[in-house]
Write a protein that binds this ligand. Structure first.
Ligand SMILES: [Fe+2]
Length: 212
């Protein structure tokens, strides 16, 4: 017997509030979508019911469940954001990744870039769990002033050879339940989580998009 779910639980709220924010010296744009999922509680329940794996080939500190459910629905949405807010009209069909991520510990994370053009994530922890700005996404300047790099380039060598002291955190976008944050993944960034203040048994839980 298989457990069947209604794929409509992943519907995006068509009336979600979208806003833009500029951060850092380079005026890097974040697009923030409040009330992203129409049925966030069902999405959270689904994410908590999934099986997760530890992927060894990258430095993600948590566990990942990759999902193909409603792939084009999410891809249409991220394409709309990149065209509308970033004036980027390139096709984005190439190998998108939609996943849930769960962290039960974070360890030491250095800033990184993702090898796609855009990253997005929606917090699936409740208001109560995230209270006190204890989880988010942080953005960094390298010691020479750069706030972003270029994917698939020698320019990324600084990432492999750097140390925490080489980085200045200039912004943390704190997470809120059912808020989707979208950014250029060439921005130096990392997950932020003050694990010591986390009271909940629930892991740090997000829905993540990696798209072109
Ligand atoms: Fe990332």
């Amino acid at each position: 017997m298989v457990e069947v779910i209604d794929s409509q639980i992943f519907s995006i709220n068509k009336n979600a509030k979208v806003s833009e924010k500029y951060i850092g010296k380079s005026n890097n744009k974040l697009v923030i979508v409040d009330n992203f999922f129409l049925f966030p509680n069902q999405v959270r329940d689904y994410a908590l019911s999934c099986k997760y794996v530890k992927e060894g080939e990258h430095s993600n500190p948590g566990y990942i469940h990759r999902t193909g459910v409603n792939l084009f629905h999410f891809l249409d949405f991220t394409r709309w954001i990149k065209e509308t807010y970033y004036q980027d009209y390139r096709v984005n069909y190439s190998a998108p990744i939609f996943s849930f991520q769960a962290y039960d510990t974070i360890g030491r994370v250095l800033p990184h870039i993702d090898e796609v053009n855009y990253a997005g994530l929606c917090c699936l922890n409740t208001d109560e769990e995230v209270l006190g700005n204890i989880t988010g996404t942080s953005f960094y300047q390298y010691k020479t002033g750069e706030e972003y790099s270029q994917q698939y380039s020698y320019r990324n060598n600084i990432l492999y050879n750097s140390d925490q002291k080489d980085w200045n955190k200039y912004h943390t976008e704190y997470h809120q339940y059912n808020r989707f944050i979208f950014y250029e993944s060439c921005l130096f960034h990392s997950a932020y989580w003050d694990e010591s203040k986390w009271d909940s048994e629930t892991p740090r839980l997000t829905f993540n998009t990696f798209t072109w």
